[in-house]
Design a protein around this ligand. Structure first.
Ligand code: FMN
Length: 213
């Protein structure tokens, strides 16, 4: 079946607004997100591009309190280790950053890349195996935007010990940890990235980088 050749101007404007207002969210309201909505978001990731059409992303919903606590403890260790690498003003600022919303987020999703999948027959991934991980992050972005369109916020947590997360969630051999996502209704909808708001970073990427050679 053929697809439409373009989308109208009002859709394009809304799509730009969606890109612009997607935020990394670390503060959530406590209201639950319906299970079917979470399932719908994960289902939409099938439209993401992937190397050789390998679709290597694997989503694991983490509901068990004990597993959530093990992941939170891993975050606390990794964050303390990261904090120790900063000094002066950055160390003081780091201590005040909120870098995860484990406690409040009603939904936790761990994302893995199946490095051992035969789907796609290795096309593209034979010369650049890391493209499977790139594909997985494309799926995360699909989910992120689809969530934002439905008023749901997502926070990406990478300050973790990958081997601890893999063991805690007892994932199959060959699955590589990519991201831990906290989802829920945001405490507020912000226009500006939090790290810009709190002064961690001053560079605003809205001045896009394009080099022509
Ligand atoms: C690969 C990746 C890892 C990230 N890890 C973390 C993290 O561990 N903790 C956190 O608070 N934010 C994390 N973020 C979110 C970024 O800080 C955020 O995307 C950036 O500050 C820009 O803000 P915005 O997403 O609201 O536009 C991560 C984002 C990406 C893409």
């Amino acid at each position: 079946m053929k697809a439409r050749d373009r989308f109208d101007a009002s859709f394009q404007e809304q799509l730009t607004e969606l890109f612009e207002s997607r935020r990394d969210v670390r503060s959530f309201r406590s209201d639950p997100v319906p299970d079917d909505l979470v399932a719908e978001l994960v289902d939409l990731t099938r439209f993401s591009p992937s190397v050789g059409y390998s679709q290597p992303w694997r989503f694991v919903r983490v509901d068990a309190q004990a597993r959530r606590e093990a992941v939170t403890a891993s975050f606390q260790r990794a964050s303390a280790a990261a904090q120790a690498t900063y000094s002066g003003e950055d160390a003081a600022l780091y201590a005040r950053l909120k870098l995860a919303g484990f406690r409040e987020a009603p939904v936790h999703l761990a994302v893995f890349c199946d490095e051992s999948t035969d789907t796609g027959k290795g096309l593209g991934a034979k010369s650049m195996p890391e493209t499977r991980a790139y594909s997985t992050t494309m799926a995360i972005y699909t989910l992120w935007l689809a969530a934002r369109a439905r008023g749901i916020g997502l926070g990406w947590i990478s300050i973790l010990e990958p081997d601890v997360v893999e063991r805690t969630l007892e994932v199959p051999e060959g699955w590589r940890f990519i991201a831990y996502l906290c989802l829920g209704y945001p405490a507020s909808y912000e226009k500006t990235p939090e790290l810009l708001r709190v002064g961690w970073e001053r560079f605003d990427s809205r001045s896009t980088q394009l080099t022509i050679r």
